[in-house]
Design a protein around this ligand. Sequence first.
Ligand code: AMP
Length: 289
Amino acid sequence: MIVCHSHKDLTQHLVAYRHQNKKIGFVPTMGALHLGHISLIEACKSQNNITVCSIFVNPLQFNDKKDFEKYPITIEEDKAMLKASGCNILFLPSVDEMYPYGLKASTKEYDLGFLDTLWEGAYRPGHFNGVCAVVELLLNMVQPNNLYLGQKDYQQCMVITRLLQLMKKENEITIHICSTLREKNGLAMSSRNRRLSLDSQEKASIIYKNFYFMKQQLLQNVLVNDVLKTAMENLYQAGFDKIDYVSICHPTTLEPIPFFNKQQYNQVVVLVAAFLHGVRLIDNELLTF
Ligand code: AMP
């Protein structure tokens, strides 16, 4: 596996592959890799000649400075996992390499429309603009044919789909949304889980169990508001300190569904963001009826 720290170095390697008409797939990450990330690398490897993974903890997407400072960094383990998975190129830039003119000068506004006003957009002001800033830079550097994203970050997948339209790259780069890898107890794998004890990780699995509890309730015609109320109570009872949102939404517009009936909706997405012992966890599940 080749490790590139600079844009120049990365370009030199990629230009050679592009001349050979090799298909390039790209998996952007913030590191602290787990098997969920590796499932994206595997999907990428199966559909491309060259797999590029980036590890960059992007300061622009953290609206909470403490969250940024606490973000786990495990570069040596990450490199070993990527090498074992067959990744071809790891791009590991510094903050200065990505933002040579400083963070302020690199902050720009993306027209994300309603997507920036709901859920993660509402609870983490500026987050998606920061995501777009780094993803735009990375896509211009890597120029992949295929881009691999995790459904774990459902709203982010939609934001990046919108970003490709804004960049007029929707015909050049194909987005592949890969399903969420979970622990045996249902907890979505996440770099943030490392900040939870094993006991807390067990408690956190209520998020997943709640999805199917909610599905049952909807099937029994319980009112959406009551379903949400009980789902939140379940989280608090399991030990969650704070809930940003639990919502039942339209799977593409992400607008909340006020009244559910099977005839009108054959699929909904449940979105959750909640804090357990100060660690903010997000998850989602598409429920099909
Ligand atoms: P992150 O390093 O958290 O920014 O994640 C990098 C990519 O991995 C994103 O596209 C995530 O959605 C994806 N990802 C994170 N956790 C999982 C998971 N448990 N299963 C599948 N993909 C994931």
